[in-house]
Every structure is written in structure tokens, then in C-alpha cells.
Design a protein around this ligand. Structure first.
Ligand code: NYM
Length: 211
């Protein structure tokens, strides 16, 4: 009987406009072109009923207390956990744009307690690798105007970056930090070489959870 090798769980994290979306797309395209079963996702996943509330909040058409929206972002991950687990176990690699760490970084940047923010994430599947695209405060400032969504302000993004740095330090065993100011091509080739090693390494490893 052949044993199904599981897929890898790869997450991209970083501030708004750090290049996560481009890099996660490039990696997914590359893996698919090599015949590796790959699915892309992003959080918040805005199509569910919880996702729609999050979307109204982010587009400023709805206001909610900081604690409430924090728990909704977390619930949005929990509601997709079974689906993610099934995919990984059947051998599909998942490339996910934002995860629990964005949840903690954005809420802690508002002033909520770090440990309180992390608590609802415990028990969710743990990524095999997080690719953190680190933006300097200078580059954030040089990026000019952010978009229209809530949080897209330079001063707030620098606080978010500080929390990401703290998480990166704490979770160093599976976080890979990259300077987001390098060219998209260089970044892509660095990320690809780590991802390809990872795929082989994790295929026989059991899934783990955040603790
Ligand atoms: N965001 C995202 C949070 O505040 N908490 C979370 O748990 C997650 C996953 O949503 N500014 C914020 C970060 C972004 C915003 O994300 C929308 P995106 O990747 O622009 O769709």
C-alpha cells in the first residue's frame, strides 16, 4: 500500500504592500508548473458570512470593537481548518497569504495585549514555513499613499512591522525573513529554493498545531 505524502503548509506574512501577494502567486505558479498539486488561499477569506463581516469592517462600512473583529479574523481561520487539513493530507501544498500572525500583528499594533491576541490561534494548524517579507519604515514611507482600506496608514504599518519582528524572533525555527526591497525576481528565487527543500522535508512529517 502506498502512503500518501502530505503537502507543505506555507504562509506569507508582512505589512500591507510588502509584495506578499505577488510572491505567493509566483511560488504557486512555479510549483504548479512542476506538476506539484498546489492551492492558494488568503486570509481574511472574504466569501464566508464571517468573511463578509470582516470585509465590511475593512472597507469601513462597519465598525466593531477591536476585540470583536480580532475574534472574527480568528474564527475565519477556524472555519477553514478542516478544509486546509484535508488538502494537506491528500498531498496538496497550500500557499497562504496571511495567517494567525497577521491577526496578532494588526491587533497588537492597536494596543491589544499580545498574549490575548495569540490565544484564539492556539490549536490551528501550524505552518511548515512562514516567509516574512520585511519592509523598513523608510520604504513604507516611500511607498506613498496606501489604499483606502482601514490600517493602510504608514504610522500604523510601522507598529505592525514591530510586532511582526517580535513574532519572527520568537518563531525563528520556521520563519524566514527577507528584505522586501530587493527585486521581485531575486526574492522569488530565494523563496523557491527554501520552498523546494521544504516540500521534500515535510512530506513524511505529521501536521503540527500552534501552541
Ligand atoms: N488582517 C488580516 C488583520 O487585521 N487580521 C488578520 O487576522 C488578517 C488575516 O486585513 N490590512 C488585516 C491585514 C490587512 C487586511 O488583508 C486585509 P489583505 O491581505 O490586504 O486582504
Amino acid at each position: 500500500m502506498s502512503v500518501v505524502k502530505r503537502g507543505a503548509f506555507i504562509v506569507f506574512e508582512g505589512c500591507d504592500r510588502s509584495g506578499k501577494t505577488t510572491q505567493s502567486r509566483l511560488l504557486a505558479e512555479l510549483l504548479k508548473s512542476k506538476g506539484i498539486a498546489t492551492v492558494s488561499m488568503n486570509f481574511p477569506e472574504r466569501s464566508s458570512s464571517i468573511g463578509q463581516v470582516i470585509n465590511s469592517y475593512l472597507t469601513n462600512s462597519k465598525d466593531l470593537p477591536d476585540e470583536v473583529i480580532h475574534l472574527m479574523f480568528s474564527a475565519n481561520r477556524w472555519e477553514h481548518m478542516n478544509q486546509i487539513k484535508q488538502q494537506l493530507l491528500k498531498g496538496t501544498t497550500l500557499i497562504v497569504d496571511r495567517y494567525s500572525y497577521s491577526g496578532v500583528a494588526y491587533s497588537a499594533a492597536k494596543g491589544l495585549d499580545f498574549d490575548w491576541c495569540y490565544a484564539p490561534e492556539k490549536g490551528l494548524l501550524k505552518p511548515d514555513a512562514v516567509f516574512y517579507l520585511k519592509t523598513s519604515v523608510d520604504s513604507l514611507t516611500n511607498r506613498g499613499q496606501y489604499g483606502e482600506e482601514r490600517y493602510e496608514k504608514v504610522e500604523f504599518q510601522s507598529r505592525v512591522a514591530q510586532v511582526f519582528d517580535r513574532i519572527c524572533y520568537r518563531e525563528a525555527s520556521y520563519w524566514h525573513q527577507f528584505d522586501a526591497s530587493q527585486s521581485a525576481e531575486d526574492l522569488h528565487s530565494r523563496i523557491t529554493s527554501i520552498a523546494e527543500d521544504l516540500l521534500q522535508k515535510v512530506e513524511a512529517q505529521p501536521l503540527d498545531t500552534l501552541s
